[in-house]
Design a protein around this ligand. Sequence first.
Ligand code: NAI
Length: 467
Amino acid sequence: MNEKKYDVAILGGGPGGYPAAIKLAQSGKKVALIEAKAVGGTCLNRGCIPTKTLIANADILHTIRKAKEFGIDVKEVSVDFTKMAEQKDTTVTKLKASLEGLIVSNGIDIIRGFGKFVSPNELKVMGQDNLLIKADAIIIATGTEPKEIAAFAFDGKFIHSSTTILELQTLPKSIAIVGGGVIGCEFASLYAELGVTVTVIEALPRLIPLECETLSAFLAKSFQKRGLNVMTGAMVSSIQKNSQGISIQLKDGKTVDADCALVAIGRSCNTIGIGLEQAGIAVDKAGMIAIDEHMRTAVPGIYAIGDITGKAMYAHVATHQGIVAAEDILGHTLHMNYDAVPGVIFTSPEIASVGMSLATALQRGYQATRTTYPFQALGKAQAAKQTDGFAQIVIDETTGQILGAQVAGHEASNLIAPMVTVIANELTIGCIPETIHAHPTMQEVWMESALIAQGIPLHYPPIKKRG
Ligand code: NAI
């Protein structure tokens, strides 16, 4: 087997691995990026990009359906899902080609194959390329796969993972979605918009249980208004296939029938079978690798980034971790601020948050309070007929520091951005009204909410003093 020596080898070319490779190569390091499937990883090939392409199509459909409210008469609307799926694939292919070009133009060697540690500084790659790679530093960025449960194993036909569901060329008439987390709710929202009968089955008492309760309640209400069947506190025990499709058995004895199921109950780490034992790296029960604030593992010269580190499972977290690891290799220090990580759920309406919820802030011992402002009171929301939503700010009452922000409704994915900057820079509530917000925009929701927090609301009735 041929051998090749690099300064840094990166195992996994997803949104964690490739930005680290680019950063290192731009600083003069000789870098190998080892990828078994396709560059871009889950995000580009089986996650963020294909789903958001389909969601963009569904959003257009939603707007057309609302056209009448704006005095626009649209005669007939029909969905060609096969074309939508084709367009999604074209988007992914185009982005993948430009990403490959970008990586290569930075002088990085893409090594195509499955890499495995044979020692702490050697990786054996098998596949299209067969090589023994020696490197002074190695970054593990192998990501996660949809979690599979033996009682309802994926078959790609009746029982789908979030990967195989993206391969569908035609729409089912009905779908049961097991798991009301981020993936489950995004697909539920998408399929309902496209006219599929959707049932969401979530084991815990509320949808998106990792988000704050007000966001969960808003999403559940909006799903119900749109005709989705939401079952919470409902644990799936098995899924049977039958001549009509599938039948889901719940622990309480109820059944749910549908054409097919999507199982979205979390993700499993790709840390098995990559020779971690040869490198001396241990994983926990969930297969995650412990890291320090510089992304270093317990073995000198080996770093881990992305989903396998057990932090927030977001592409943007993996990217930032990749930059932190690369900077450490280059002898510089950067930090991750996990308290200033935006989370966006691309449902319709969208959900977004950053920092602490009120419950978390109180649990952590802050004397915290929360103010809320409804979209309904915003001129821009009225003009655009996007009044269903709200924004809230969580504040430390003793210092005025903003601890968290949540927003639900139209454009929440973009609305959260200024609050990420606010929290990352530990700003206080007074900074928001001191900043001039363009009018009329949805961004004014933060200014109005901050004015309420200060007890001096502008476009909101006066707040009665307590006592
Ligand atoms: P998740 O952890 O968000 O949700 C899984 C849900 O399944 C949980 O609420 C859990 O209670 C439920 N569940 C587990 N077993 C069940 C059973 N037998 N019956 C009924 N319900 C059951 O995991 P998900 O949705 O698979 O997403 C994986 C990761 O990917 C998340 O960390 C998410 O943040 C990330 N992601 C982020 C996206 C974004 O940023 N927009 C998009 C897609 C995924």
